[in-house]
Design a protein around this ligand. Structure first.
Ligand SMILES: Nc1nc2c(c(=O)[nH]1)N[C@H]1C(S)=C(S)[C@@H](COP(=O)(O)OP(=O)(O)OC[C@H]3O[C@@H](n4cnc5c(=O)[nH]c(N)nc54)[C@H](O)[C@@H]3O)O[C@H]1N2
Ligand SMILES: Nc1nc2c(c(=O)[nH]1)N[C@H]1C(S)=C(S)[C@@H](COP(=O)(O)OP(=O)(O)OC[C@H]3O[C@@H](n4cnc5c(=O)[nH]c(N)nc54)[C@H](O)[C@@H]3O)O[C@H]1N2
Ligand SMILES: [Mo]
Length: 887
């Protein structure tokens, strides 16, 4: 400990702090405007100057390390006079008529030092930038603290804000040189969040006022699980801010978490249950809606048996809701026909990790990103799909961590990588095998680890010998030298991999993940800080939805049905069905074949997002009963549903989500749901009761459901709502005194003391290019839209990314004679659609990429029937197509 004297008081501090941190830690209030804990100190505002014994001139507290024996004075008359003078100088250029949102830290400091009278600047229209849908920049109010410049560069890694000129003529401008709208801004809002002067503000807050209340909750978009403060006023959300000390997002958010909440009040939000009457919807009371669903389900069960009904849980809903969903399917409907979006997404990751290591989830934590020496990013477009983690990866790369990216496209991370493995789509297995070959061949293996914890080594070495980089290169189109470099970088450790759908959404999805696990096992990169195999889970609660048991083969806790049968039957006091269940793709197949008669889709736009759109439509249209439960009439509902049940959104309810690092976090009601909307679990319980199951569905609160979950799920037993008040907890967390588990498999694998290497042969996709279908189409996402677009398109994000486009390399476009923005028709063996072309130099010749976010394009009309051999996950990442003139 360091002994320090502050304003005459003797205090002790741990080493490693700045003076400012020590002052704040001991409650000494020193003004400061240019400091933000999230960025490195700049010491430009001069307000936090303090005097030190033995040093002739005052030093900035924010940039001076605390040292043993320091004698610090913070409030001498000279310092206070200096602060007033500094504030007066800044005030002279700052407009006085700031009436809209006057509570900025700068104006508070000005008032505290009695410098209000100095506020003499004026609003300069030429310094007002109103172009962006969410952020407003009024640089008349800039105090040149450079916090926006630094946070954009250091936290988001985007470098949008630039400094022009020096001294009095200093101006901060976006990199476009024109407006923010035209700049490379990604709308993460970090600059607004840090700005102390009001030069940068949220438009929502300008329109709706300052919050009068704040609620801490978890973001409802992707699986990162960012924690946020929701600011409300008069029952509506006016702003969202990141939780500064969250281990998940470390004071950061992305454009969706921060700004895409406007959908809550979209004019077409549905707030009354509806039943379809021919082509029209008829509004009904909740009692009638519940009665209708119960009666129709009962009728289908009577006529066709319990295998003819199915339920889809929502990866957007809470753990509690998904738990009730699968319990409803199993207990009330008597079927294991229950699934969720994990099927079309990371089911291969869960299956592969369960089969190889014994736990179907990410092995490590986001914090490990900063501990790794090499990061391997496989088939994941992290800066767009998981932007807050993307930013953390960019930070790591800037600090010198080696970055290896395997993606056919030159994504943003590929652009800042050390090695970009631009493989041909669908060739992950040969590429990963070749990396394993190099590791074995060049003896880069971790011998002690292999000896102690891995089996099947000899067989594996015999198998991998033929997978030379040269052999893989011929299949993948990646230079052998790059494969060798990537393998060597990975082998030096600690190395961590993160992976996405570019690995899982293939016929060899599960096997691809198993090959990635091989690399970790060969090099001992699992179970230690800065290592591991980490699927970047998709939706906010997709990890949780499947883990709660929305999976035909597993019960809560990802326990195989037969393994958990006795335990669940005793807690639920009900028999579990004996017939195996269908996964969601098979349920759709069964509907088409006339074997499935009723489907209840909760928070899932199956029609738009399943592959083979026309067949999905045909199948869903053949159902006797299609219940859709959502915030909006999504495309499944609008086109095909029999009944629509309107729900409360995550901002409007309590519960928990589980993020991609196995962290269970609280979701809290920040605003009331609109009158008429109910929570998913309330609806399910009401239908269960109406179907004769009052016991087991009498829950009164989300917490009551959670406490039942803790009874059936041992690894979550220690996670109580009371503990979650202090922040999330990562399972396994078996008891209330257990701290949670940031890294799995540390001493021992969940599967046992030893696990085996997997020998995976390459099985090429049946989807191949020919003269008739010469292009390989990949499908995926963009930053500003989310999946079915149901929510993001009902916000101003619609203007940030208005339409689905087809990315193509400029050479191919030239050859085909199509121009940027021109609409073209793409046709596969399965269907066709029309969409505009986007020239993208990051694309390779012969390859295309398109997003699936809009109904106008309905891209999934084009995708095909092939599925992952182990989990049935569709091969969204590979479709052979041709391009023609739009009709
Ligand atoms: N902004 C935004 N964020 C999202 C979502 C969203 O819709 N919008 N959706 C959420 C969901 S549900 C999910 S699952 C995640 C998905 O997150 P990601 O997995 O990052 O998403 P994708 O864009 O589908 O695909 C990732 C990458 O795979 C590459 N790829 C295609 N084929 C191959 C291949 O054969 N091999 C390799 N190595 N790479 C290949 C593509 O070029 C693409 O860059 O994102 C979540 N986050
Ligand atoms: N071509 C192609 N297709 C794909 C993919 C691809 O890469 N390419 N990716 C696939 C993947 S990974 C995924 S995950 C799927 C995503 O497909 P979906 O799950 O259909 O997409 P989402 O937009 O995430 O959300 C579904 C619905 O949940 C609703 N919702 C939000 N919150 C709640 C809630 O609390 N309760 C209820 N009841 N509803 C709520 C939303 O309004 C929305 O309509 O798409 C798949 N389809
Ligand atoms: Mo997903």
């Amino acid at each position: 400990m360091l002994g320090v004297t502050i304003d005459g008081w003797r205090l002790e501090f741990p080493p490693g702090l700045t003076i400012l941190q020590a002052l704040r830690g001991s409650g000494v209030d020193v003004p400061h405007l240019c400091h933000d804990d999230r960025v490195s100190p700049a010491a430009v505002c001069r307000l936090c100057l303090v005097e030190l014994d033995g040093i002739p001139r005052p030093v900035p507290a924010c940039a001076t390390p605390l040292a043993d024996g320091m004698v610090i004075r913070t409030q001498t008359p000279a310092l206070e006079a200096g602060r007033r003078a500094t504030l007066a100088l800044l005030a002279r250029n700052h407009p006085a008529d700031v009436t809209l949102l006057p509570e900025t830290p700068f104006l508070r400091a000005v008032r505290a030092y009695g410098a209000d009278s100095e506020l003499r600047g004026s609003h300069d229209r030429s310094l007002l930038d109103d172009s962006h849908p969410y952020l407003q920049a009024d640089m008349s109010r800039c105090i040149t603290c450079f916090r926006c410049v630094r946070i954009c560069a250091e936290l988001q890694g985007q470098f949008v804000w630039m400094v022009l000129n020096r001294g009095k003529r200093t101006r901060i401008v976006p990199d476009s040189g024109t407006t923010l709208r035209e700049s490379s801004c990604v709308a993460c809002g970090a600059c607004v969040d840090t700005c102390p002067s009001g030069a940068l503000e949220d438009k929502t807050m300008r329109a709706l006022g300052v919050p009068t209340g704040w609620t801490r909750t978890t973001c409802a978009y992707c699986g990162v699980g960012c924690e946020m403060w929701v600011g409300t006023r008069e029952g509506r959300i006016v702003t969202v801010r990141p939780v500064l000390d969250s281990p998940v997002n470390e004071g950061h958010l992305c454009s969706k978490g921060r700004y895409a909440f406007g959908f809550l009040r979209a004019p077409d939000r549905v707030t009354t249950p509806m039943v379809r009457d021919g082509p029209r919807w008829r509004q009904v009371s909740w009692d009638d809606a519940i009665g209708f669903v119960a009666e129709r389900l009962r009728r289908v069960l009577e006529r066709h048996g319990s295998r003819s009904v199915g339920v889809l849980g929502s990866a957007r809903g809470t753990n509690e809701e998904n738990y009730v969903t699968q319990k409803f399917a199993r207990v009330v409907l008597g079927t294991h026909n229950v699934d969720c979006c994990a099927r079309v997404c990371h089911a291969p990751s869960a299956a592969a990790l369960k089969a190889t290591l014994g736990a179907g989830a990410a092995t490590s934590s986001y914090d490990d990103i900063a501990r790794a020496r090499t990061l391997l990013v496989w088939g994941a477009n992290v800066t767009e799909s998981h932007p807050v983690l993307g930013a953390r990866i960019k930070q790591a790369a800037r600090r010198g961590c080696a970055l290896v990216v395997a993606d056919p496209r030159r994504t943003e991370l590929a652009r800042c990588s050390d090695v970009h493995l631009a493989l041909r789509p669908g060739t992950n297995v040969p590429l990963l095998n070749a990396m394993a070959h190099v590791i074995v061949d060049e003896r880069l293996t971790n011998e002690p680890f292999l000896r102690a914890r891995v089996s099947g080594r000899e067989e594996f070495e015999a198998f991998i010998a033929s997978w030379t980089p040269e052999r893989a290169a011929a299949i993948c189109g990646v230079e052998p030298s790059l494969i060798r470099r990537a393998a060597r970088l990975f082998a030096r450790g600690p190395s961590m991999s993160v992976h996405g759908l570019g690995l899982t959404e293939h016929v060899q999805g599960t096997e691809g993940v198993m090959c990635l696990v091989n690399l970790a096992l060969l090099t001992g990169n699992v179970g230690k800080p800065g290592t591991g195999v980490n699927p970047l889970r998709g939706q906010n609660n997709v990890q949780g939805a499947a883990h709660m048991g929305c999976d035909p083969g597993s019960l809560t806790g990802f326990v195989p049905v037969e393994e958990g049968r006795a335990r669940f039957e005793s807690v639920w006091n009900a028999p579990l069905p004996s017939a195996p269940g269908l996964d969601l793709l098979r349920m759709v197949d069964a509907a088409r074949d006339g074997a499935l008669h009723a489907l209840w889709a909760i928070g899932y736009d199956v029609l738009l997002t399943n592959p083979e759109g026309s067949k999905t439509r045909e199948a869903l249209a053949a159902l006797d009963l299609l219940v859709v439960q959502d915030l909006f009439l999504n495309e499944t509902a609008r086109n095909l549903a029999t009944v629509f049940l309107p729900v409360a959104a995550s901002f409007e309810k309590d519960g928990t989500f589980m993020n991609a690092e196995r962290r269970v976090q609280r979701v809290r009601r920040a605003v009331e749901p609109p009158a008429g909307a109910r929570t998913d679990w309330e609806i399910l319980c009401a239908v269960a009761r109406a179907m004769g199951h009052p016991e087991g569905f009498g829950f009164q609160s989300a917490e009551e459901i959670w406490d039942e979950i803790r009874q059936v799920w041992g690894a979550g037993a220690g996670i109580s709502y009371a503990r979650l008040e202090k922040g999330g907890l990562q399972w396994p967390c078996p008891s209330e005194s257990h701290p949670g588990t940031p890294v799995l498999h540390a001493e021992r694998f969940a599967a046992g003391p030893r696990v085996a290497l997997s020998r995976i042969e390459f099985a090429a996709s049946p989807e191949v290019t020919t003269v008739d279908y010469p292009f390989l189409l990949m499908t995926g996402r963009v930053l500003h839209q989310f999946n079915a677009g149901t929510m993001t398109r009902r916000t101003r994000h619609a203007s940030l990314h208005p339409r689905d486009v087809l990315s193509i390399c400029p050479e191919d476009a030239l050859r085909l004679g199509v121009e940027d923005g021109e609409r073209v028709r793409i046709r596969s063996r399965h269907g066709e659609t029309v969409l505009p072309v986007h020239l993208d130099a990051g694309m390779r010749s012969g390859q295309l990429f398109a997003t699936f976010h809009t109904w106008e394009v309905f891209l999934n009309r084009v995708t095909g029937p092939h599925r992952d051999a182990h989990t049935g996950t569709p091969e969204y990442k590979l479709t052979a197509v041709n391009i023609g003139r739009a009709p």
